[in-house]
Ligand binder design. Structure first.
Ligand SMILES: NC(=O)c1ccc[n+]([C@@H]2O[C@H](COP(=O)([O-])OP(=O)(O)OC[C@H]3O[C@@H](n4cnc5c(N)ncnc54)[C@H](OP(=O)(O)O)[C@@H]3O)[C@@H](O)[C@H]2O)c1
Length: 311
């Protein structure tokens, strides 16, 4: 679990958060097949952005620091680049109409300081649409995106990812149990595929420029609700053991979590912000399809919660 999993601070807002927005005035028409560059393409969300763009028939170029380890579909053009070195993006940006950006660099999610330089290169290359995956607070990159002239930008503000539940896989496989504090907390967690779908639409269709999209799942669930969905998906019961705060802190320390992460988890689990537990219809409005449920996510990932050979 990372400190950024639930937003605690309200980002600065310039665009409207819902609705169809102003007509995109910079990008190509939606009927045209386009070439897009996806950064963070090997990550939880980026892989889904790639998949959703491919599913819509577009050409995808994926940026990674390590192409040999990227493990992306064969149709994807994988290119090496590092967001901390904006010049490394110049070849990757050639010929693309749209760009999906992350706001951080490296394993510890430090905010990228190179945002303005990345934006300069993107605009020079003729990029007309940009989506940016919001990271929980202001960053130089997101500020540069919002300030960019001649670009239709869309900020994606997902709540907690359903994929965070994969952190329970080890305990479920080992002992059929989930050990968590604050088990009645609610989360409107979102399927990563739906974040990808919203990004793909915003990158390739008109009408999403200047928008901030808070992206949620279709229901607010307790920890118990999620554990039940996983048990149903794997066809084997899972016990939920509620921890006291002290027990949770001891468990997180034993797992090597830094103290600042532990403090963050206590805060957001004990006092989840309203935005993190409020269901919105953004996915359906933007993509035309209902948001995917946690039950569906659990069925897709049932194997991760099942000891090899036990089904
Ligand atoms: N987890 C949640 O519940 C949640 C909720 C809301 C928002 N968020 C936000 O989502 C973001 C994390 O997204 P994620 O989980 O999809 O990430 P992730 O799975 O951890 O993937 C990290 C990606 O970043 C790329 N990357 C890192 N440093 C790079 C650099 N210097 N140059 C180029 N690429 C670099 C990696 O690419 P390579 O290693 O291939 O180079 C990889 O594709 C954070 O901003 C977080 O605040 C998370």
């Amino acid at each position: 679990m990372r400190p950024e999993t639930v937003r605690t601070s309200s980002p600065r807002r310039r665009g409207s958060r819902t609705g169809t927005g102003r007509k995109g005035s910079y990008g190509p028409p939606m009927t045209q097949k386009q070439k897009l560059l996806v950064t963070g393409a090997t990550g939880t969300v980026g892989r889904q952005v790639v998949a959703e763009l491919l599913a819509r028939g577009h050409a995808v170029r994926a940026l990674t620091r390590d192409p040999a380890a990227a493990d992306l579909p064969a149709r994807v053009e994988v290119v090496r680049g590092d967001l901390t070195e904006p010049d490394s993006l110049v070849p990757a940006l050639e010929g693309v109409t749209g760009l999906h950006l992350i706001t951080f660099a490296g394993a510890l999610f430090a905010p990228l300081e190179t945002g303005p330089r990345i934006l300069e290169r993107a605009r020079a290359a003729g990029v007309r649409r940009i989506t940016v995956l919001h990271g929980g607070g202001p960053t130089p990159l997101e500020d540069a995106v919002r300030a960019a002239d001649g670009v239709d930008w869309t900020v994606l503000m997902p709540v907690e990812f359903m994929a965070n539940a994969l952190e329970w896989a080890e305990g479920i496989v080992a002992s059929d149990e989930v050990r968590e504090p604050f088990v009645s907390r609610l989360s409107a967690m979102v399927h990563e595929g739906d974040i990808g779908a919203v990004a793909a639409v915003a990158l390739t269709e008109e009408g999403h420029g200047g928008q901030e999209y808070v992206v949620t799942g279709p229901e607010a669930l307790t920890v118990g609700d999620k554990v039940e969905a996983i048990a149903a998906a794997r066809g084997r019961p899972v016990s939920l053991v509620e921890l006291t705060e002290e027990e949770a802190v001891a468990q997180w320390r034993a797992a090597g979590q830094p103290e600042e992460v532990i403090g963050f988890l206590l805060e957001v689990y004990g006092n989840t912000p309203e935005a993190g537990r409020t269901v919105l219809d953004t996915v359906e409005k933007v993509t035309g399809r209902p948001a995917r449920t946690f039950a569906q996510w659990a069925r897709e990932h049932a194997a991760a919660f099942t000891a090899t050979g036990s089904v």
